[in-house]
Design a protein around this ligand. Structure first.
Ligand SMILES: Cc1cc2nc3c(=O)[nH]c(=O)nc-3n(C[C@H](O)[C@H](O)[C@H](O)COP(=O)(O)OP(=O)(O)OC[C@H]3O[C@@H](n4cnc5c(N)ncnc54)[C@H](O)[C@@H]3O)c2cc1C
Length: 451
């Protein structure tokens, strides 16, 4: 497979005027693109990966400096390579990037970096797609989009315009030194928002954290990390979010060795929790009255996992240590009992807002009929409604684990199988064709004879 990959890479010269023909083009070389390439390599499918930046760029420059993976390294990895760390440790982000680079090297993945795919259209008169890139044109029979679940940072329209406040998305946050003196409002308390808020508080900044609906698993319970619990309880494999929970974020962190996110504890340490951010007017921000409800629903989620874990242990007769203290609830802090509904930012000394409000996808370059009328990719486990187009790495692509490191590897395997099967159909020759094939060498000989 290594030789095939090298040959393919050599055929893509990227020279103007030269058209490369390839079976499968993978767009993006994050973890999804690398996983896809590994599975296609194993199946002997000629393919090329184009990456506009570097391998695993999101892990290099798309995240804050101190980020470590949210899952321990025994879990957040591909099957074929282990991290050089204690299995229960959480890998720093640069190590995660290095891991995917090393992984790609393992099988000589045919990745060309620094090349952007700018347009994909279906061919009108022949199978496949014409792909325009920043380095020439490619004809591909199939295109796999591995461009990530989190492409375009989203700041909601309520964000105030102008003014003296620094506003950045969590994707642009690097470290506390980057912010001006003064307090910070962090909007959004998923894994990014809560970790950034905690880091800023530890750096001595007054922090307001706007907390919406969230799931809040225990970091670990009865000696097992929550990644293990979600695995054995089948929760990573859930095919769709529970109704009403489609937009619920998950608050979890591997920082400081990995601790359960407890919003009340953060409040006791000095963070001011507020409800969902509602609006801004004349320098005053208003919050919803939902803080206590959001915390209570997060608690419910937390306790439901403990209950499910206890039941699993009892049912399977496992010998795992009891942990009654995990059910201890911190007293309701003042900011929850009497929540702030309005905050005058200048009076409170808030000089920055960090919008940890998530991301959208951008498929403007993929000009094929693979989207519904709302622009959402139409697919079944990544196999698009447009034959030959595949989506990988999207939230809930096949299940809850689909955007995560280990999950994307399994989704890629399914897509690679589908591609290999389609190639078998394409290669099928009926009896007449087989006969013609059988006759062909004779013909050649006779032609040679004539010549
Ligand atoms: C803050 C944060 C922390 C996370 N922590 C974890 C964690 O601990 N564990 C875990 O399992 N998951 C984690 N995730 C989720 C997920 O693992 C990452 O988002 C991961 O980067 C997704 O990988 P991907 O390959 O699907 O997409 P990406 O890493 O975004 O890769 C897509 C690639 O496509 C390239 N690209 C895009 N468009 C084009 C184009 N037109 N032409 C060429 N190239 C293109 C991009 O440059 C990029 O390199 C985290 C996510 C975030 C935001």
């Amino acid at each position: 497979m290594t030789d095939l990959n090298q040959t393919v890479l050599q055929t893509f010269t990227g020279k103007p005027g030269e058209k490369t023909i390839i079976d499968t083009l993978i767009v993006g070389a994050g973890q999804a693109g690398v996983a896809m390439s590994e599975h296609l390599s194993k199946l002997g499918v000629p393919h090329l990966v184009l990456e506009r930046n570097r391998i695993a760029e999101a892990w290099r420059t798309g995240r804050w400096d101190s980020l470590v993976a949210n899952g321990p390294v025994w879990h957040d990895r591909f099957p074929g390579l282990e991290f050089d760390l204690d299995p229960d440790a959480f890998a720093p982000k640069d190590m995660v990037a290095g891991y995917f680079e090393a992984y790609a090297r393992k099988f000589n993945a045919p990745i060309r970096t620094g090349v952007e795919v700018t347009r994909v259209v279906r061919n009108a008169d022949r199978p496949g797609f014409t792909v325009e890139t920043s380095a020439g044109v490619i004809e591909a029979t199939r295109v796999v989009t591995a461009t990530g679940p989190f492409q375009r940072p989203v700041i909601p329209p309520i964000a105030p315009q102008g003014g003296n406040i620094l506003q950045i998305h969590s994707a642009a946050y690097r470290n506390p030194q980057q912010l001006p003196e003064g307090g910070v409002l962090v909007v959004g308390a998923g894994s990014s928002g809560v970790q950034i808020a905690d880091e800023l508080m530890r750096a001595g900044k007054p922090v307001y954290l706007s907390v919406g609906a969230h799931d809040r698993p225990p970091r670990a319970y009865r000696g097992r990390d929550f990644c293990w619990w979600l695995g054995v309880l089948g929760l990573w494999d859930a095919e769709a979010a529970q109704p009403g929970k489609e937009h619920v974020t998950i608050a979890v962190s591997g920082a400081h060795g990995g601790k359960t996110i407890d919003f009340r504890e953060l409040a006791n340490q000095g963070m001011t929790l507020v409800g969902l951010t509602k609006s801004f007017a004349d320098g005053v921000v208003s919050f919803q009255t939902d803080l206590a409800d959001n915390l209570a629903r997060g608690d419910e989620n937390y306790l439901s996992l403990l209950d499910a874990a206890d039941a699993y242990i009892a049912r399977n007769g496992l010998d795992l240590p009891e942990e009654p203290e995990a059910r201890r609830v911190f007293p309701e802090p003042e900011c929850v009992r009497n929540p702030l509904l309005e905050l005058d930012l200048a009076k409170a000394g808030v000089t920055s807002i960090i919008w940890a409000t998530g991301y959208a996808v951008d498929f403007s370059w993929l000009q094929v009929g693979a989207f519904d009328d709302k622009g959402k990719p139409r697919h079944q486990r990544g196999v698009s409604s447009e034959p030959g187009v595949y989506f990988l790495g999207l939230p809930w692509l096949s299940r809850r684990g689909s955007t995560f490191i280990w999950g994307v590897w399994h989704d890629a395997k399914h897509i690679a199988d589908h591609i290999a099967t389609q190639r078998t159909y394409a290669d099928y020759r009926d009896a007449a064709q087989r006969q013609a094939d059988a006759d062909a060498p004779v013909q050649k000989v006779s032609l040679q004879g004539v010549n």
